[in-house]
Design a binder for this molecule. Structure first.
Ligand code: NAD
Length: 247
């Protein structure tokens, strides 16, 4: 129970890595508001599955790329949970294609969903966190934000931007007792990577020293560490969870 009675917001929490993060936090005693984009049904079933007498779990429908929606999420969380101690910026999308074919719309969409969303939620949460002189912010980046990847210029730019935002915010907020770190997953088995064929997966595995794709739980456990007091002296870091692919 590393997060007993803490209060968290997790963006994009109804599936994949976000869902695993919500479960890991809840299993450690944390009350959670998770946001979701479309499916009311999966949000309600997750609320039902995880809520119990000692932990509160709420879904909140909000587009992470909207500044106003981020503000509404924080207001909702304070109303339901009484405050916010932890923010996990997880929501993200891909719109992959070569630069030559990439439309302006697909560039904007990915930057707004993956990078501006982190600005939106961090900005919305700052005043309450500063007032209570405590906070843990974890931003989900990607290893491709460190090394680049063909066919993903928009996604890579957004994830590299997340790393820059993380480091600047870490420097600005350390004196307020707010830690800001990033997690950079490698290839994790979720809907996002399901689009790849076996040949593509084999090619990736040949570069992964720990010969398997990652599981959402591998990322969630790292996020738990960065949300807990075990990481109090760590800020501005990018922790790769990639089976050793990037080192
Ligand atoms: P996923 O597609 O399974 O889940 C993404 C979640 O984000 C979904 O619940 C989706 O509804 C939500 N979302 C997307 N845009 C949103 C928006 N504008 N507002 C609110 N919610 C939104 O993907 P995943 O693999 O679980 O990815 C989670 C995070 O991890 C993403 O930021 C992704 O870029 C990152 N990541 C994933 C991998 C991987 O291999 N799966 C690798 C590196 C980084």
């Amino acid at each position: 129970m590393k997060l007993l009675n803490k209060r968290a917001i997790v963006t994009g929490g109804t599936r994949g890595i976000g869902k695993a993060i919500v479960k890991e936090l809840v299993n450690n005693g944390c009350n959670v508001v998770f946001t979701y984009f479309s499916s009311d049904e999966s949000a309600h079933s997750l609320e039902k599955e995880l809520s119990n007498d000692s932990v509160k779990v709420f879904g909140f429908k909000a587009d992470a790329s909207s500044f106003a929606a981020a503000d509404e999420t924080v207001k909702f969380t304070i109303e339901k949970l009484g405050g916010v101690d932890i923010l996990v910026n997880n929501a993200g999308i891909t719109k992959d294609t070569l630069m030559l074919r990439m439309s302006e719309n697909d560039f904007d969409l990915v930057i707004n969903s993956n990078l501006k969303s982190v600005f939106n939620y961090t900005k919305a949460i700052l005043k309450p966190m500063i007032a209570q002189r405590f906070g843990k912010i974890v931003n989900i980046s990607s290893v491709v934000g460190i090394v680049g990847n063909p066919g993903q210029a928009n996604y890579v730019a957004s994830k590299a931007g997340v790393i820059g935002l993380t480091k600047s915010n870490a420097k600005e907020l350390a004196s307020r007792n707010i830690n800001v770190n990033a997690v950079a997953p490698g290839f994790i088995e979720t809907d996002m990577t399901d689009k790849m064929n076996d040949q593509q997966k084999e090619a990736i595995l040949s570069n992964v020293p720990i010969k398997r794709l990652g599981k959402p739980e591998d990322v969630a456990k790292t996020v738990l560490f960065l949300c807990s007091n075990d990481s109090d002296y760590i800020t501005g870091q990018v922790l790769t969870v990639d089976g050793g692919m990037v080192m």
